[in-house]
Design a protein around this ligand. Structure first.
Ligand SMILES: Nc1ncnc2c1ncn2[C@@H]1O[C@H](COP(=O)(O)OP(=O)(O)O)[C@@H](O)[C@H]1O
Ligand SMILES: [Mg+2]
Length: 254
């Protein structure tokens, strides 16, 4: 990283789906080794914004962007960006856990194998270390060869995190990672996110404001495609600059 501690930053970012503009002049820094939460009402552009960080919007036809998204000193919006290399460095977890219908072990080795890892011992090490980093190893170590689909929802989500970690990313994007989980499984993911930020940069979309408050260092509040407020989490919740933010975080909305 050069000079500043922003892992990623968007500069005057606009995004259109066809003719419909969805993001407006978003200027958002993502700080290294921090958890940044993106909150805001449904449809305000949270998922669209987080998908910009690994160019997942490319998979949706008819999108157009202006402005820049600078990651590691380079604008990643341009046509010369190696999108596969970018996605290796910027992993993503979704709302619904989506393990591959294969064994727990094969879920983890899938990516490393695709990237050319062949040595069995090396692969075994990646399986163990990725599962440990995702706080899942102890729960599954005796059943690595059983189907990932036999795991509970919370375990499946941690498996997806382990799978993302197996190829050595720097940034982990999470789009409402706990909204399908019960409170205990949610608490485990939150604990894990706090652990992960020591070694990774985490960006999490959540509509759970308590979660944003509990885990994130920085919070961005999106409203109708604009980043209405961004700052340290305690400031956004306790001393917001905009009245709209104040109304949203205090639950007096609309
Ligand atoms: N693939 C898409 N094509 C067209 N419009 C979309 C697409 N995905 C999202 N949108 C629109 O963009 C806006 C923001 O959506 P989204 O980023 O999913 O919001 P959020 O995650 O905050 O609920 C919404 O109006 C939504 O309908
Ligand atoms: Mg969304």
């Amino acid at each position: 990283m050069t000079g500043n501690m922003n892992m990623i930053e968007t500069n005057d970012l606009n995004l259109w789906y066809g003719d419909k503009q969805t993001l407006f002049d978003v200027n958002m820094p993502i700080k290294k080794n921090c958890i940044t939460s993106i909150i805001g009402p449904s449809g305000c552009g949270k998922s669209t914004l987080i998908r910009v960080f690994n160019r997942m919007n490319d998979l949706i036809g008819g999108t157009r962007m202006s402005g820049t998204v600078v990651y590691d000193g380079k604008n990643i919006c341009g046509p010369d960006t190696d999108v596969l290399a970018l996605r290796k460095r910027v992993g993503m977890i979704f709302q619904k856990a989506n393990p591959f219908p294969m064994t727990i072990r094969d879920n983890i080795t899938y990516g490393p194998k695709l990237h050319g890892m062949k040595d069995q011992r090396e692969l075994d090490e990646v399986v163990e270390s990725s599962l440990r980093k995702a706080a899942l190893f102890d729960e599954v170590k005796d059943r690595l060869n059983t189907s990932a689909l036999s795991l509970s929802g919370g375990q499946q989500q941690r498996l997806c995190i382990a799978r993302a970690l197996s190829i050595g990313p720097e940034v982990i994007l999470m789009d409402e990672p706990t909204s399908a989980l019960d409170p205990i499984a949610t608490a485990k993911i939150e604990e894990l996110a706090l652990e992960l930020k020591k070694n990774y940069t985490v960006v999490a979309v959540t509509h759970n404001m308590q979660q944003a408050r509990r885990i994130s260092d920085y919070t961005g509040f999106m409203y109708m495609g604009r980043l209405e407020e961004f700052g340290r989490t305690e400031d956004v919740f306790e001393n917001p600059k905009s009245e709209l933010t104040e109304r949203y975080v205090s639950g007096r909305f609309g």
